[in-house]
Structure formats: C-alpha cells, structure tokens
Design a protein around this ligand. Structure first.
Ligand code: KG4
Ligand code: ZN
Length: 339
C-alpha cells in the first residue's frame, strides 16, 4: 500500500504548529512556534495577540515542517487542520492557511477536532496501540473520560461539569503568584511541597456518574489562601501546590480507572496538556497497575498542543473519508459529542 503523508496544521491557542506524519503513526517532522514568552507578561493568552502572531509565523512554520520531513508538496497526500474548539481568531489562521494550500495545490482538505487530535497523540507515541481502550483527555479547555471503541468512534463516559482540569491549574497558579503557564509551574513547585499539608475536596458526583467538578477544589484553595493572607500567616506555596495537585490528580485517576474497569479495558491512555503532569503520570501508572491495567503516557511534547497529533487524527479521518471544502470555518465551541 502506498504511504499516506499528512501535513497537519494547528493554531487553536498559543502554539503555531505544523507537522508531517506518515500513515498516522510515524513523525517525519514536528515544528512548534510557542507564544508563551509573548503572553507571559499578560498572565494569560491574549486572543488578539495570538491571532496576529499566528499570521506572522504560519507560512514559515509550514515550510519548515516540509523541509525537516525531507519531503516536497508532491509527497503530501492531504492537509489536515484543527477547526475547533479554540480561540476563533487563532483557529481562523490555520483554517485559512490550510484552505489556501489545499486549493492552490489541489490536495484534499481534512478538518480535525482538536480533542480528537490530543487523543491520537497516543497512536504516534505507541505504534502498537489499537482500540478499544480507555482515555483521559485533560487540557486547558476539556476534561473527558472516553472509551475508544475504534480509531475515531468514541463513547464519552465522563466530563467536567464546570472547569477543565488545566483551567483549575492555571487559576491556582495565578492565586499563589506563579503566573502563566500555570500547570508546569505547579507541577515543578509541588515536588518541594507536602501533598498532605491541606485536605482539599475530591468531588464525587451523585450516583455512578464519572463526571468531574473542579470548581469546589479551586474555591477551597482560594479560600484557604485568602484566609491565611488575612490573618497575616506565612504559608508555604509548595504545600498548597502539592495538596491542590494531589486532590485533582486523585479524582482524575479514580474516575478513569473506574471507567476502564467498567469497560473491562486493559489499557488507559492519557492525553492533553494536563497529561504532562508528572504526579498524574506516576499516580495513574501505579494505581492502574494495581488493577492490572496498563497506562500509556505520550512524551511531554505530544501532550501539549502540537500538529503531529492533528496530522495523525487527520490520517484516521482521511481513511474514513472525512473531507472538508472551501466552506470550512473555524468553530470556537465544538464539543466532542458533536462529532
Ligand atoms: O492541551 P493544551 O496544551 O492546550 C489546550 O488544548 O488547552 O493544554 C494546556 C493546559 C494548560 O491549562 C496548562 O496549564 C496545562 O495544560 N498543563 C499542565 C502541565 N503542562 C500543561 N497541567 C499540569 N501539569 C503540567 N505539567
Ligand atoms: Zn490542546
């Protein structure tokens, strides 16, 4: 069979990324222009600045992806692009670029759901991985437990009722003065803290629901910090970070393992920015192993936003017959259930 090479383009938030992936599993190139340094001074992503920076860099990023892969446009089978969810102005840059390239080069255009992309990072990281299995996708905007029946057919088993896990990490990092991006900073500081210094809530839904709620733990941490500030008490930021991280990762692991047990699934895969969290990776691996379940974690660079995952998802969509045309638009809120 002829190889299928997909060029993936990702611009949903603050990373401009392009990558070439062979047959959905093999990375030929992975180029990421991160805007972290630009947004840092504002304490978070400024959508207008993100869009402008995407426009400035996208062409160079795409060219570099082809060059690093050692391929020409003739070798590219199709162009895959993230069309949602994300910041609409940021998404539009990738979508417009992909449309222009597909039109000019007469290549098929494939629209990719960003969260499906995160999931597919595991197909690249673990070439032997085949469905069915259970997933945890936790990013800045999403927290879902998914049962992957097939490569592109999912059953959603749990999701957040309020904040996404990454959002909670970012918020708490701001409250204890760590700044943006919050997740990696909490991860690092927590290593110096005591995870049992404070008991923050681990919220369970009524009945047998596997949904998450992180607003309670977020509020509990904020209240604790404010109380100590008002009393003029010294508090150890590392202890707060470690205790908060422990509460969030406990719930993420417990619900995901419960989902895997219900499906009699022997493999859990994790994905999304929060999957880069070292405590989550360790805890999930350990607790799942106690139930004879294997945990797969992609390397950090494939957890946070990248275009390899978009090119991989683009491959599975392409072979399933998914095609977009010149009417493709960016969709800011696009849930996994819509797909
Ligand atoms: O997947 P991603 O790069 O972008 C979205 O699709 O949202 O996820 C970004 C989120 C941010 O909230 C960030 O704080 C979080 O992932 N994150 C982490 C870590 N690295 C990134 N959260 C906890 N620990 C980390 N090491
Ligand atoms: Zn993402």
């Amino acid at each position: 069979m002829e190889d299928i090479l997909i060029l993936g383009i990702e611009s949903s938030c603050d990373e401009t990324a392009a990558a070439v992936v062979k047959n959905g599993r093999e990375i030929l190139s992975n180029v990421i222009d991160s805007q972290i340094e630009i947004h840092k001074r504002y304490g978070g992503v400024v959508p207008e600045i993100a869009s402008r920076r995407h426009i400035e860099t996208v062409n160079a990023v795409v060219e570099e992806a082809l060059e690093k892969a050692g391929v020409t446009w003739d070798d590219i089978t199709a162009i895959a692009v993230t069309y949602g969810p994300g910041l609409v102005g940021a998404l539009l840059v990738g979508v417009s670029t992909a449309k222009a390239l597909a039109y000019a080069l007469n290549k098929p255009l494939v629209n990719v759901h960003h969260i499906k992309g995160h999931i597919c990072a595991n197909f690249v990281a673990h070439p032997e991985l085949e469905p069915p299995f259970t997933y945890l996708v936790a990013s800045g905007g999403h927290s879902h437990i998914v049962y992957a029946k097939d490569y592109m057919t999912y059953e959603i088993m749990g999701m957040t009722r309020d904040d996404a896990a990454g959002e909670a990490f970012d918020k708490i990092a701001r409250v204890i003065g760590l700044g943006y991006p919050g997740g990696p900073k909490i991860d690092k500081l927590a290593k110096e803290g005591d995870a049992h210094a404070y008991e923050f809530p681990r919220v369970k839904m009524a009945g047998d629901s596997l949904d998450f709620s992180f607003s309670g733990v977020k509020t509990a941490v904020i209240n604790q910090v404010h109380k100590m500030e008002q009393r003029g008490e010294e508090f150890n930021r590392a202890d707060i970070a470690a205790s908060f991280q422990d509460a969030v990762t406990d719930v993420l692991c417990e619900h995901t393992i419960e989902a895997a047990l219900r499906k009699k699934s022997d493999t859990i895969a994790i994905a999304g920015g929060v999957a880069a969290n070292s405590a989550l990776r360790e805890k999930m691996t350990k607790l799942a192993a106690e139930k004879n379940i294997k945990t797969l974690c992609p390397p950090l660079v494939l957890c946070t936003d990248n275009a390899v995952m978009i090119a991989s998802a683009g491959y599975f969509e392409y072979i399933n017959g998914t095609r977009a045309d010149m009417r493709l638009n960016a969709v800011a809120s696009l849930s996994l259930e819509d797909e």
